[in-house]
Ligand binder design. Structure first.
Ligand SMILES: [Fe+2]
Length: 302
């Protein structure tokens, strides 16, 4: 590890020590979700998908059949697999949020969070990779900071449904040449190829029933074993109080104010607050500001 990586590790470890997360590989940590809470998460996500398909995806006994039916029926899915909150499924999205907030409370991450990057993504990764159609596919190693996320953030990844064993998230450590500047938003993803050249795969990956925390100075990407089936997962980024602005200046992030959610609001969603979207299937949300995200949502009183 170089000096910058060691500095991040020092702050990451101090943040994790206050939580129920455990570290096996540097700059990563995982939290075992209590079984009943994980079942509730699966149920609310399933409901979200079902509502997203306008109830057209038949609730089948076999989950892979359901996910396949979902893919052909739902219109609110982005090219990278984000199932976008729209007017007809914003309540179902709020219900998923409520469970996620409970997971964050039980893991004790709540206290360590300065703000949450919002909304989180409920993502369907099919059996076939999307690389050919995207400018920078999520299959290639990347850091969320390259698309404008905060340098003070960590990624939280939660596999929820489907083939979580074979369709998973892998993590890489960049080479010793990396530094703070390396985490700037990239003008072009051609630059990324240079940055990922010396990266090394770590022995940690996403596991069913766990939240995987990955520091934004590491790289992550979707990986499918041969014959992997579809899976659904949640990704959420959070800025940690422990990564102070003095030590980790954050002047390059592209976040708009609407994309930063205070802990106070985050933990009220599903109670006194809810997520609202005015958009239907035909609406495409592409504002000029902020980190690029396809969801047009507001937090309103419930
Ligand atoms: Fe990512």
């Amino acid at each position: 590890m170089n000096e910058y990586q060691l500095l991040r590790k020092k702050h990451f470890d101090a943040a994790v020590a206050q939580t129920g997360f455990q570290t096996q590989e540097s700059l990563t940590a995982s939290f075992q979700i209590p079984k009943n809470l994980f079942s509730e998460l699966q149920k609310t996500v399933m409901d979200y998908l079902y509502t997203s398909s306008h109830h057209a995806a038949v609730k089948k006994e076999v989950l892979s059949d359901f996910l396949e039916a979902f893919s052909s029926k739902a219109k609110n899915v982005s090219t990278s697999g984000i199932v976008i909150p729209k007017s007809y499924c914003d309540l179902a999205f709020t219900n998923v949020h409520r469970v996620i907030a409970e997971v964050m409370t039980q893991s004790n991450l709540r206290e360590g969070a300065e703000f949450w990057i919002y909304p989180f993504n409920i993502r369907l990764k099919g059996a076939v990779k999307t690389s050919d159609v995207l400018s920078y596919p999520t299959e290639l190693p990347h850091s969320e900071t390259w698309v404008g996320c905060s340098k003070r953030s960590v990624l939280l990844h939660i596999p929820v449904l489907g083939d979580m064993e074979n369709n998973l998230l892998k993590v890489w450590k960049p080479g010793a040449e990396m530094n703070a500047d390396w985490l700037r938003p990239l003008a072009s993803y051609h630059d990324a190829n240079e940055l990922i050249r010396n990266s090394q795969e770590l022995s940690v990956s996403s596991q069913a029933g766990q939240v995987l925390m990955v520091d934004s100075s590491l790289l992550h990407g979707t990986y499918r074993h041969p014959n992997a089936g579809p899976r659904v997962s949640i990704d959420l980024n959070v800025v940690l109080k422990n990564y102070s602005n003095d030590i980790f200046p954050d002047e390059h992030n592209l976040l708009a104010e609407r994309q930063k959610l205070s802990s106070q609001d985050f933990f009220e969603i599903g109670k006194s607050l809810r997520v609202h979207s005015p958009d239907g299937d035909g609406d495409i949300f592409s504002p000029v500001d902020g980190m690029r995200h396809p969801a047009n949502i507001k937090i309103v009183k419930s």
